[in-house]
Design a protein around this ligand. Structure first.
Ligand code: SF4
Length: 241
C-alpha cells in the first residue's frame, strides 16, 4: 500500500520546515479516555485549537513503506500547558502497517478500520469537533484538563493506543502543528487524501474499470498504483465469473 506515499513525503518535507520537537512516547501516560464524546462548555474552556478564526486541519495516511522505526509524537509549537488563547491547529497521523498483501479488498477494509479509529478517541476535557467535509478539526480544551496536566504527549499516546488496536498497524506517527503557515501549506494535502479515499470507495462500488467515462480519472492519473489496483480487481472478478 503506497497510494499515500507521495503525500507522506510532501507532508514530512513541510513539517521539517517547522521547529519540530520529538515528544516522549509512553502509552501508560495516555490521557484518560471519556469513552464517548464529551461537551466542554465555553465557560469551562481554557482555549481552542483551531477555534474561532484560526485555521485547522486533520488527515491520516497509511503506508507499508518503512517510514519510522517506532511510534512517534511530533510537536511544532507550544505544548498545551503553554497556550494562552486560540491557536491554529493541524493533527496529522501517519500509519505504517504490515504488508497488506495484494488483496485490494483487505487494503480497503484496513483503511476503513483506521478511519474509524480516527474518530473514536475521546481524551477527557479535550472535546474534538471534526468536519469531514472540510478536513478541519477543532478542539476545545477544558481548564480542568490543563490544571491536571494534559499535554500533547498524553493526547498523542491516546491516539497511538487506539490505532495500535487496529490489526496490521505497526507504528504510528502523530504530528501536532500549531503554526499558521504550516497549517495553510498542508491544506491541499488533506484534500488529496480525501480524493484518494473517495476514489477507493468508487473502485469498490464499481468493480468494472471504465477510465474513459470516470470522474476519478484525474486522481488515478496522479496517484501511482490506483489504476493498477482497479484493473487488478476487475480482472479478478472476471476470472471468478
Ligand atoms: S482506474 Fe479508471 S475507472 Fe478506476 S477509478 Fe481510476 S479512472 Fe476510474
Amino acid at each position: 500500500m503506497k497510494l499515500f506515499d507521495a503525500i507522506i513525503d510532501a507532508t514530512m518535507a513541510e513539517v521539517e520546515k517547522s521547529k519540530v520537537k520529538k515528544l516522549p512516547v509512553d502509552l501508560s501516560c495516555a490521557w484518560p479516555d471519556n469513552g464517548a464524546s464529551e461537551f466542554v462548555m465555553q465557560r469551562d474552556s481554557a482555549f481552542e485549537l483551531g477555534g474561532g478564526t484560526q485555521a485547522s486541519l486533520n488527515y491520516t495516511c497509511v503506508t507499508t513503506s518503512e517510514i519510522m522505526e517506532s511510534d512517534e509524537i511530533l510537536l511544532a509549537g507550544p505544548d498545551l500547558s503553554e497556550i494562552k488563547g486560540d491557536v491554529p491547529f493541524a493533527r496529522i497521523v501517519l500509519l505504517q502497517t504490515e504488508d497488506l498483501g495484494d488483496d485490494s479488498e483487505g487494503q480497503y477494509r484496513a483503511i476503513r478500520e483506521m478511519e474509524f479509529a480516527r474518530y473514536h478517541v475521546f481524551p477527557k476535557g479535550y472535546m474534538v469537533r471534526v468536519s469531514s467535509m472540510s478536513n478541519e478539526e477543532q478542539v476545545r480544551v477544558s481548564k480542568e484538563a490543563v490544571r491536571k496536566g494534559i499535554s500533547f504527549a498524553s493526547v498523542g499516546a491516546s491516539y497511538i493506543k487506539k490505532y495500535r488496536e487496529v490489526a496490521n498497524v505497526k507504528h504510528v506517527r502523530v504530528i501536532f502543528l500549531l503554526e499558521k503557515e504550516a497549517v495553510s501549506n498542508l491544506k491541499p494535502y488533506a484534500g488529496k487524501v480525501d480524493d484518494i479515499t473517495k476514489t477507493l470507495t468508487h473502485i469498490f462500488d464499481n468493480i468494472l474499470a471504465d477510465c474513459g467515462h470516470c470522474d476519478m480519472k484525474s486522481v488515478c492519473d496522479e496517484v501511482e498504483g490506483m489504476k493498477e489496483m482497479h484493473l487488478g480487481l476487475a480482472k479478478k472478478k472476471e476470472r471468478k465469473e
